[in-house]
Design a protein around this ligand. Structure first.
Ligand code: PEP
Ligand code: MN
Length: 361
């Protein structure tokens, strides 16, 4: 169901509309010099919003936890010197008050905070009556309702300059990403709140600099509105997230190389062939469902057999065989291990559910 929130477009934040819309800056503000060097470099490529973490949510204690309030003065200097707007993460009421006092222009709520309704509500209460853009990162776990809930809490405080940041989701499985992008979740968010700008954070999705471009391009191809990219003058010596940060020049290169494609066209030939291909896809999808139904019918037979013979459901060896065989066959058909594993896990889970129902009937 569509949710109606009073949301102003990005231009209302006080920036010129650009495609894509870019926020960039270091993971953490480390020193006045580091912040200013990054900002000057980025401003030269037309970046209008400078991000920098002042308070850093670190996984383990005794890591660099941000420079704290002193860094807010550096952000003020960035604004005075380059004219860029500044943005930082707030995780509690004290952060909100200090950032507002020092004139930070845009706030964002981090992934660990947006997973916690108590924290989000406290931040929302502190923002009551304040007119400032607030961006809400997805919670670390792929829970769309929790993400929407955080957005609604901030909207409930009267904030109308709202945006969401897709920064990927943590996963127990090993993948090439630090935080797996779940584009489907972001797409669903767009369907639920169509006027909410969505910004992609390719840096925290990637976890490594060499993947940042392809993720940014994908976000653009999916129609997302902007990018928030971590950039450090010298990533090798960064105090946090060194592996994923780009230099300002690399950010400039990325912006130049991005292809911004149109959402639609009135070219009849293109539209016709797209319609035909979509009709094909619809038919294939129906076939897929019919095949899965056939598979589940066989699963039901097996379930009945197991019940009659008093055999338990899960046979680990058999499952390992299935998945290995599927991966081999899938590979030869150009399908990735990651996809095959996800697909077969879902099928296997459904098969277990069906058998459980039979055993308990
Ligand atoms: C960040 O943007 O620096 C950050 C800590 O991100 P996240 O909340 O997405 O982990
Ligand atoms: Mn970071």
């Amino acid at each position: 169901m569509e949710i109606h929130l009073n949301i102003e477009p990005i231009e209302s934040w006080g920036v010129k509309p650009t495609k894509p819309f870019i926020l960039s800056g270091p993971c953490s503000a480390e020193s006045e010099e580091q912040v200013l060097t990054a900002a000057r470099g980025l401003a030269a490529y037309g970046v209008q919003i400078f991000r920098a973490g002042i308070w850093k949510p670190r996984t383990r204690p005794n890591q660099f936890e941000g420079v704290g309030s002193v860094g807010l003065k550096w952000l003020r200097t960035v604004k005075q010197e380059t004219g860029m707007l500044t943005a930082t993460e707030v995780a509690n009421v004290k952060h909100v008050y200090e950032a507002l006092k020092m004139g930070v222009d845009i706030l964002w709520i981090g992934a660990r905070t947006s997973a916690n309704p108590f924290s989000v509500q406290e931040i929302a209460d502190a923002l009551q009556g304040v007119d400032i853009p607030v961006l809400i990162k997805n919670p670390v776990n792929p829970d769309l309702e929790l993400w929407i809930g955080a957005i609604e809490r901030i909207a409930g405080a009267g904030i109308t300059k709202l945006g969401a940041i897709h920064r990927g989701f943590s996963s127990s499985e090993k993948t090439k990403y630090r935080n797996v992008p779940q584009w489907q979740v972001a797409i669903e968010l767009h369907q639920r709140i169509p006027n909410l700008p969505i910004i992609c954070d390719p840096s925290h999705i990637a976890g490594r600099a060499d993947l940042v471009f392809e993720i940014s391009q994908q976000a653009m191809d999916l129609g997302q509105d902007g990018l928030i990219i971590e950039s450090h003058p010298n990533p090798k010596i960064a105090l946090s997230d060194g592996k994923q940060q780009l230099t300002p020049d690399e950010v400039g290169q990325l912006i130049k190389n991005l292809k911004i494609r149109e959402a639609t066209t009135d070219n009849i030939k293109f539209t016709q062939s797209l319609e035909e291909l979509r009709a094909k896809i619809d038919m294939i999808d129906e076939e897929i469902l019919a095949i899965i139904q056939r598979r589940m019918n066989v699963v039901k037979e097996i379930g009945k057999n197991k019940k009659e013979n008093n055999i338990r459901i899960l046979q680990t060896d058999r499952w390992m065989q299935i998945i290995e065989k599927a991966k081999q066959k899938g590979n030869s058909k150009g399908l990735s291990d990651e996809f095959i594993e996800k697909l077969f896990k879902a099928i296997h889970q459904e098969s277990i559910n069906i058998q459980t129902e039979i055993l308990n009937s």
